[in-house]
Design a protein around this ligand. Structure first.
Ligand code: ZN
Length: 268
């Protein structure tokens, strides 16, 4: 078999019959068709046309082989470059975000360094004052009907330890009862979306002469994170303060830190 080279595209078409006129690849007319050639060479055959004007089978195969190799080389180079770019990107990302990613994938635990109380700081709320291993900053909370709320928060689930101080002013009550206020605080926690198996025990304490309630319990968050909490509730007039410390369940360091925070609490 012989092949005819197209004058428009780089492709070759097999000379299958004497009617070969258009390129198999781009559809344009060949510069010289068999009919044109035959007009000048009345004694010529298709085979002679192929020999004189066409490309032999071996040359055709050699050209195609070379093209395939070049294409493969290009693809290989592209793959190599892509690989290097991916590696550099991953390397850069892990250098920047590695510690954060590790935090996400590891089950959170309270760091033992949080036990070192000389690194702790005082957080002074409107009514309650505590010592805290984390600094607390204002967090946004929605006001409930007849309530004005202010929340301060430190830590995150990824850190293992979360400390919250919620100050709620009951706008329509000049005086609220401690038991009702504490029950209200835990009811809100229990009703939070994603919370299940909520249980707790209540203990009465005295904070520099004033009555306080300590609620200790546990729950499961989003069906896969067992957590424990310590909630200290105090009231003064129409205000309630809840100091809430949450840590992973069965985390001994978390329990010790929570206990130290609870013990540090005093009324202003
Ligand atoms: Zn063509």
């Amino acid at each position: 078999m012989y092949y005819l080279k197209c004058g428009h595209c780089p492709e070759m078409s097999a000379i299958k019959s004497e009617y070969i006129t258009f390129c198999d690849h781009c559809g344009k007319k060949f510069p010289l068709t068999y009919a044109d050639w035959k007009a000048q060479r009345p004694d010529g055959t298709l085979n002679v046309f192929g020999q004189e004007r066409g490309i032999s089978e071996e040359r055709y195969q050699a050209i195609m082989k070379k093209r395939r190799r070049n294409r493969f080389d290009l693809r290989g180079k592209a793959a190599l470059i892509t690989g290097i770019v991916v590696l550099i990107t991953c390397g850069t990302l892990s250098a920047f975000y590695g510690p954060e990613l590790v935090k996400i994938f590891r089950a959170p635990k309270v760091a033992p360094t949080m036990l070192e109380m000389n690194n702790w700081r005082t957080f002074r709320g409107n009514i309650l004052r505590i010592q805290s291993p984390l600094s607390l900053s204002p967090a946004t909370v929605a006001d409930a009907p007849n309530m004005r709320r202010k929340t301060f928060k430190g830590g995150s689930y990824a850190d293992g330890l979360v400390i919250r101080m919620d100050e709620t002013v009951y706008l329509s009550d000049a005086h609220i009862e401690l038991d009702a206020a504490a029950a209200d605080a835990t009811r809100v926690m229990e009703k939070t979306i994603g919370v299940s198996k909520f249980s707790y025990k209540t203990r009465e304490l005295s904070l520099n002469g004033e009555k306080a309630l300590l609620q200790q319990g546990s729950y499961i968050l989003r069906e896969n994170s067992p957590l424990e909490f310590n909630s200290l509730v105090v009231v003064r007039g129409g205000s309630r303060v809840q100091l809430l410390v949450t840590h992973p369940a069965n985390d001994e360091t978390g329990r010790k830190v929570a206990e130290k925070i609870m013990r540090s609490a005093v009324m202003n």
